[in-house]
Design a protein around this ligand. Structure first.
Ligand SMILES: Cc1cc2nc3c(=O)[nH]c(=O)nc-3n(C[C@H](O)[C@H](O)[C@H](O)COP(=O)(O)OP(=O)(O)OC[C@H]3O[C@@H](n4cnc5c(N)ncnc54)[C@H](O)[C@@H]3O)c2cc1C
Length: 330
């Protein structure tokens, strides 16, 4: 069995994302168990300096495909590259982050590699000489352990795997491709940024999320959402949302936490007016400390909360903001 692990390290704003480094950390630990090397693959121009630093996060080798064709996202462009590099590195496993991008191109890359994809894995390890990947199924109610007949292709759930701190001197190899943008079926032409400088829920250390209990921000919930934003600003937190809120058009999809949104594991998660449906819990139950505010003391969110406040968001959120502001001042 080959022993190397190829990890696609996702980048944004010319540096690896937290999820990308977490996937690399998982790749290094798996490579150690296999007795092989973790090979980090980066794409896009302008990443030379970041590529050279990846030995500090578990890469034994770095491959950089800096061609202009990777300046923006292309599903088939990346799938072709990753399939090519999986063969070139004789990878036993190919890993990427279970982000919207990773979920998109890895299914295609795995199919091109004549394999299935173990999507959204929360653990990956060697047992009995075989690579096993663990993935939550039925909205996290059960865990499935999957084993690949050949190469294991997997996407890893963000904020579940730890980033590695290593001191490896990892050589950077340039990877050339023979195709240009004109050869690709799909190319992203433009990325429209929502609000500039806004903290991403998946990256933030503190997340304050609002649910349907906050009501319509264009109507009677206006003050509630302003209060939530104030609490988030006071704590230096990102604002998250339940799907009910996103489906109602009250917040953008990028804020959604849960099974069909983002997985978060911040140091502190404050759920305001969120019932705690299983699909929401699937995205936030790994948070270190969970605070829930709900008027209904039987709301399921209280089962996972470390601190529960039974009360109206209208009263509790401003009171919490004032208390935090006072405490943080001193
Ligand atoms: C396939 C699938 C995928 C899904 N994916 C997701 C997902 O990714 N993320 C997600 O969140 N959901 C997801 N859902 C939806 C999920 O099942 C719930 O419907 C949703 O999470 C409910 O959102 P909510 O808690 O905001 O609303 P509700 O369930 O309506 O809860 C509102 C809560 O607010 C409380 N409340 C009301 N007024 C006040 C007040 N004034 N003060 C304090 N508390 C108050 C109520 O007691 C209630 O508990 C998914 C569902 C399916 C079927």
């Amino acid at each position: 069995m080959s022993k190397n692990v190829l990890v696609y390290v996702e980048c944004a704003d010319l540096r690896p994302t937290k999820a990308g480094l977490q996937a690399l950390g998982a790749g290094q630990r798996l490579a150690r168990q296999l007795g092989g090397e973790a090979v980090a693959l980066l794409t896009g121009p302008g990443l030379e300096a970041e590529a050279a630093k990846l030995g500090a996060h578990g890469a034994n080798k770095v491959q950089l495909a800096a061609a202009e064709v990777f300046a923006t996202y292309s599903q088939d462009g990346l799938a072709r590259l990753v399939t090519q590099q999986a063969a070139a590195t004789q990878a036993a496993a190919v890993l990427a982050s279970a982000t919207p991008m990773g979920k998109d191109f890895m299914a295609r890359a795995a199919a091109a590699g004549k394999a299935g994809l173990a999507a959204d894995c929360t653990d990956i390890k060697v047992e009995g000489g075989k690579i096993h990947a663990v993935r939550p199924v039925y909205a996290g109610k059960a865990l499935a352990t999957v084993e690949a007949a050949g190469v294991l292709w997997a996407t890893l759930r963000p904020n579940v795997f730890a980033v590695e701190a290593t001191a490896i001197s990892a050589p950077v190899e340039n990877v050339n491709v023979s195709y240009g943008p004109g050869d690709l079926k799909s190319v992203v032409r433009e990325i429209v940024q929502g609000v500039k400088g806004k903290l991403d829920v998946a990256e933030a250390e503190i997340v304050v999320s609002g649910g349907r209990g906050l009501k319509d921000p264009a109507g009677e919930g206006k003050q509630n959402w302003e209060n939530l934003e104030k609490l988030a600003t006071t704590l230096g937190a990102a604002v998250g949302a339940s799907r009910a809120v996103v489906d109602a058009g009250w917040r953008p999809h990028g804020d959604q936490v849960g099974q069909t949104g983002k997985t978060v594991s911040p140091k502190l998660y404050v759920a305001c007016g969120i019932s705690g449906a299983i699909q929401h819990l699937a995205g936030m139950s790994g948070s270190k400390v969970i605070v829930a505010i709900n008027k209904d003391d039987t709301a399921p969110i209280f089962k996972v909360a470390d601190y529960g406040i039974v009360g109206m968001v209208e009263d509790v959120v401003p009171a919490l903001t004032a208390a935090f502001a006072e405490t943080l001042k001193s």
